[in-house]
Design a protein. Structure first.
Length: 819
């Protein structure tokens, strides 16, 4: 059985050592720039070189994350960084940005490209496009089921990598603008502030509380754990199993890596075993509660841990009595001095303490450890009551054991080698070490072998000294001694030759193979567009489309996700009927495809595209690479426009999409006016100037979970709800035809007072998103923007006609940008 690669995180050098010494086949890590975990310690250039040497010594691979979007002003620095990574011999780079991928493939043709989960790869067509772009591996969306993963593996030569353990994003990765729009810290730039871990309240359309007793952390996921599902993933052909955790401490990396290594090795032996103790270790080192995520099918219950967003630890026992600070605890697990515990007090608070002293209930000497089932006194502070639950959040012994694997000079991971020695009178002693991978280290003594007068060397003595590998990463698996006659070589010389052979073998294992570097042509500029931009309006039905045309829209975007209670093909057919009517309008009409189109939906996409070919449509608006490829194939002669969800931030990305068939490219809403101006000359472009931008799209339907759940859905999506944050801001919720939840920004993007800024920008189309608005509001919004485009000086006055209060508007990132 061929096992997949076990891929562990390394946020710093201790974590890297922890991963390797506990059995990782590869590590992924970030440098000081362009990494989606910018808050991790990460590696400077000297550390990156040392990391590559260390991992290659042990036969492990190193993948470097360069998985942020790249701004126009950063492309030169990003290219130079890739050149450095290419030179030091990293085994691959993990990228999100299509432009950076293009540059890497052109300039560094032998540097393997891995598609980040930030690319939102979720269907076979996505995978095929990335294959054409030169990717050898893709980390697919965490939302995929095992059946979808298996089908993708079988359909493509691209290696598939999946996450198996660690923190989950509630949103599709790469499609979350929550942190960006709320706080200016972009997840696409590695700066996510994790607003999903904060508290929210579900409210109805009037702002009234809509769910009680549901917990406060309504978007905070439990941690992924697929330990027991490893056989499914291996049988499904997954090439790499990824542990999340570059922000975690090295002890976490050690425990999780070791546990998954043991499980995989047992699977290879045909006796897959996961012990309760190993699962306890995983829970003890860090957990928010565990879930299998989406792997086993669409599930609502068990994904969210609404009670708390941080480490829960493991249940230790209950408080029997408390006479501050002395607490009597009944233990369900062993307790050690030095453990850290939390008491979950009855009013919802937490009391934390490190155990300094343990006393038996019935007196006697203090204990270093108290056994399971005993009752002991410990010192705690706070308003603790009998029956309060006690959790251990850190196990001193587990942490010490994990720490020993990367802090000790001993090499826990050993590479089997064949050790050979040739001992002859009149010749230097020669020691050879071979690792079975083609590397051969040689060590020669400084002196010649001499005829022994009294104590000739024996084979046993030679073996004894050559096998003294101590803290070296090698172990002698096979020993061959070529000894002729009665010869004497000093033991010091024998040790010296052995050390030289070891050092030579180390050098060879860490040696870097030169890779070619080619010139990377800059993307071709078509020249800035100097005409007047057209006004596009995105609507949800044909009545609103007519209202937009009457208000002065130059073109119509129709459809997209279908919000409301209609589900499945019935919802699509309803949209197609409206599209057929809208196609008769006297302006160009484009059909909008959903951003997420899983395997079961791609058949409907095909059907809809064939329908669109028969209608009088100008083209389609697509939100992922798979639908881009499909639309370009089925609709030759129609215009294919790519949406903001492809996170286009540089000219290389624009050109890549153009070559894939895009006639016009919507630029990222995270760019400033100045950055947008750098991109519009690379091809026809579009900017969004009005509407509630989605901050999150997720397969988790909160309404279904809270108001019925799987099997008994109450179709709460008939009504409108929102999430109220700590500041009182309300983020509207919509649920689409596939029961995906869309969370929209609390404020409406509105550039009506700043349209003069677009005069010299060069964008060909400016888009108003009004798909949730009724016909009257659509008409008002369109007319206001029509007037402001015709006379930008009138924008301030016309803004008063918008059906949105000024306090509910935002200019997004056009002026401020993102971190």
């Amino acid at each position: 059985m061929e096992l997949p690669e076990l891929l562990a995180p390394a946020g710093d050098f201790d974590s890297l050592k922890a991963a390797i010494q506990n059995g990782a086949d590869a590590v992924y890590l970030g440098g000081k720039a362009f990494s989606a975990r910018a808050s991790a310690a990460n590696f400077d250039r000297e550390e990156l070189m040392a990391a590559v040497d260390y991992c290659h010594l042990y036969g492990a691979s190193v993948y470097v994350t360069v998985n942020t979007v790249i701004l126009p002003e950063e492309m030169d620095a990003a290219e130079e960084y890739l050149a450095f990574l290419n030179e030091i011999g990293v085994d691959g780079v993990i990228v999100q940005d299509l432009g950076l991928a293009r540059l890497a493939r052109q300039a560094f043709p032998e540097l393997p490209l891995h598609g980040s989960t930030q690319m939102t790869v979720h269907n076979q067509q996505d995978l095929e496009v990335l294959r054409r772009l030169g990717f050898s591996r893709v980390i697919v969306a965490r939302e995929l089921t095992i059946d979808e993963i298996r089908d993708m593996v079988q359909a493509s030569s691209v290696e598939v990598e999946v996450f198996v353990h660690g923190a989950l994003c509630i949103s599709y990765s790469g499609q979350c603008l929550f942190s960006s729009l709320v706080g200016g810290r972009s997840g696409n730039r590695g700066r996510c502030a994790q607003p999903c871990r904060l508290t929210y309240e579900l409210v109805d359309d009037e702002g009234r509380p809509a769910a009680t007793g549901a917990g406060k952390h309504l978007l905070s996921t439990r941690d992924l754990k697929l330990l027991r599902q490893l056989p499914l993933l291996v049988e499904g052909g997954v090439r790499a199993l990824k542990i999340e955790g570059r922000m975690r401490r090295p002890e976490y990396v050690a425990v999780v890596t070791a546990t998954y290594r043991k499980a995989l090795d047992s699977l290879a032996r045909g006796e897959f075993v996961v012990s309760p103790g190993e699962e306890l270790d995983l829970a003890q080192v860090f957990n928010r509660g565990f879930t299998t995520g989406h792997l086993l099918g669409r599930r609502l219950q068990g994904l969210i841990g609404a009670e708390r967003p941080n480490n829960r630890g493991v249940f230790l026992g209950r408080v029997v009595s408390f006479d501050g600070p002395r607490a009597l605890i009944s233990l369900t697990r062993e307790l050690h001095v030095g453990d850290e515990v939390e008491v979950w007090v009855g009013d919802g608070g937490r009391v934390a303490a490190e155990i300094q002293r343990i006393e038996p209930e019935k007196g006697g000497e203090p204990l270093e450890r108290a056994p399971e089932g005993s009752r002991v006194f410990v010192d705690l502070k706070g308003p603790i009551r009998p029956s309060d639950r006690v959790f251990r959040v850190s196990d001193r012994e587990l942490i010490a054991k994990a720490r020993s694997t990367f802090r000790s000079p001993r090499a826990w991971r050993k590479i089997p080698v064949r050790v050979s020695a040739r001992v002859r009178e009149g010749e230097p002693l020669q020691v050879v070490m071979e690792d079975g991978e083609g590397h051969r280290g040689v060590g020669i003594s400084d002196v010649l072998g001499e005829r022994a007068l009294r104590h000739p060397l024996s084979r046993e003595k030679i073996v004894e000294h050559l096998c003294r590998l101590g803290n070296e990463p090698f172990e002698a698996a096979d020993i061959r001694i070529d000894l002729a006659g009665e010869v004497m070589v000093p033991f010091s010389e024998m040790n010296k030759a052995r050390c030289r052979a070891v050092d030579d073998l180390k050098r060879q294992r860490a040696a870097r193979r030169p890779r070619p570097v080619l010139s990377s042509p800059s993307p071709q500029r078509t020249g800035p567009f100097r005409g007047k931009p057209r006004l596009a309006v995105h609507v949800g039905d044909d009545v609103a489309a007519r209202a937009a045309v009457d208000g002065g829209a130059d073109l119509i975007y129709f459809g997209g996700e279908i919000f409301g209670p209609k589900k499945g093909k019935a919802a699509w057919m309803s949209q197609w009927e409206g599209l057929s009517r809208a196609a008769r309008l006297p302006v160009p009409v484009y059909w909008v495809l959903p951003r997420i189109t899983r395997a079961e939906e791609m058949a409907l996409v095909r059907e809809g595209l064939h329908l669109a070919r028969e209608l009088n449509l100008k083209g389609v608006l697509v939100g992922n690479l798979g639908t881009l490829a499909l639309a370009a194939q089925i609709l030759p002669g129609k215009e294919v426009v790519t949406d903001f969800s492809l996170n286009v931030c540089n000219g290389y990305a624009v050109q890549t999409l153009r070559e894939l068939g895009a006639g016009r490219v919507t630029l990222s809403p995270e760019l400033t006016f100045a950055q947008l101006g750098e991109l519009t000359s690379f091809g026809p472009s579009e900017c969004i100037i009005h509407g509630r931008l989605p901050v999150m799209i997720t397969d988790y339907c909160m309404l279904g979970d809270l108001f019925g759940g799987e099997g008994s859905c109450s179709h709460a999506c008939r009504e409108r709800y929102g999430l109220k944050d700590r500041l009182g801001l309300i983020f509207p919720i919509e649920v689409d035809q596939a029961c995906r939840m869309h969370i929209l920004n609390s404020k409406v993007l509105s550039l009506i007072e700043h349209l003069a800024q677009f005069d010299s920008l060069g964008a060909r189309v400016l888009r108003v998103v009004a798909r949730r608005e009724g016909p009257d509001d659509v008409a008002r919004i369109t007319a206001a923007y029509r007037g402001a485009l015709d006379d930008p000086a009138a924008g301030k006055a016309l803004s008063k006609n918008l059906p949105i209060a000024p306090s509910q508007r935002t200019t997004g990132h056009y002026f401020r940008g993102v971190l």
